[in-house]
Design a protein around this ligand. Sequence first.
Ligand SMILES: Nc1nc2c(ncn2[C@@H]2O[C@H](COP(=O)(O)OP(=O)(O)OP(=O)(O)O)[C@@H](O)[C@H]2O)c(=O)[nH]1
Ligand SMILES: [Mg+2]
Length: 373
Amino acid sequence: LTSLLGGDAAPLTMTPSSRILMIGLNGAGKTTSSAKLARWLKTQGQKPLLLALDLVRPAAIDQLVALGEQIEVPVFRPQLGSSDVLAVAREALEWSQAQLGTIAIYDTAGRREIDASLITELKKLKDILQPQEILLVCDAATGQQAVSVAELFHSSLGITGLILTKLDGDARGGAALSLRTVTGQPIKFSGTGEKLDQWEPFYPDRLAGRILGMGDVISLVEKASEALEIDEMEQLEKKMKMGSLDFNDFLSQLKMMRRMGPIENLLGMLPGAANLPSTAVNGKELQRVEAIILSMTLQERKRPDILNARRRQRIARGSGSSVTEVNNLILRLHQMKKMMKNVGKMKKMLSKSSRGFGGLIPNQHLPNTLPWQ
Ligand SMILES: Nc1nc2c(ncn2[C@@H]2O[C@H](COP(=O)(O)OP(=O)(O)OP(=O)(O)O)[C@@H](O)[C@H]2O)c(=O)[nH]1
Ligand SMILES: [Mg+2]
């Protein structure tokens, strides 16, 4: 399945001052993907530019400009009232040559369906811009419809690659297989959410796993290592070993998790997580935990042992939760501390009894679950 999906990840063709033309049907995700791609290229040390060539939808230009501001990428903005897209394309080309950018991404207008006029227009755009890449943006949720669209676009324009968006939805991504087969072109990137960092190079092996229901553990690990600061982790581990965990540590764990994105997205990457009831773990529950901790005074967070009944009641009221929920959270912290102390003791015992074999005992790492799970 992996090799049918294209084997390895397919890189972009990047020459000095490359041009990328983004095409696709209405709402497929062209504009969002243009910005996501620009953001990603920045992380690769490139200097991307965004150019708005969508003169059909009045808000389209503003949309691209706003996205460009968010990621600090210069945006070419056609003059108000321009309607000749070919003339605008020439201006855009000139503009980009005067910029310091290395890769220019051209966002084009979508249509409800492919028609002769759209193809003629895109062909002319292709002539003017001479792009190194023509990327067709396809919505994974549209399934087989996306496939016939891709076939048509490819036969008339010669695309160089595909972008599969909305892979965060219910669609398993099976369309990728047909997209790849009918066009013979690689899927180069995938969009996995509305946010600009929900984007990654397309890895055929990962999608193969997803299609087969194995989750996407590799992406999960990558996300985790991106979001977690080693220092922070080490400090936390030290504290846990000493059994001096407090609610401030809970809070910083919550923050680390937040950096990894919505927990529902993370769960989607876990094998078998699709079968979990949706209430099992959700972002709301973590928000509640955070609300409870934030309702504690600084002293209470540091010294949970002073949390008497009166204080617990106050915290429950302040955070809009029940006293039972507050009690449960405190209980979990205690359990966690006890567990960590025991782990420490056990390690000491083991290393004494196995003198000379001490190196065989693996280091204790942070448990995979958080205290409130
Ligand atoms: N969940 C999810 N939503 C996405 C993704 N990519 C784009 N979207 C959303 O899809 C909608 C349409 O995205 P656009 O980027 O405006 O699509 P477009 O192809 O430029 O649309 P037109 O310019 O009207 O043809 C927006 O609400 C995006 O936030 C994705 O990977 N996942
Ligand atoms: Mg658009």
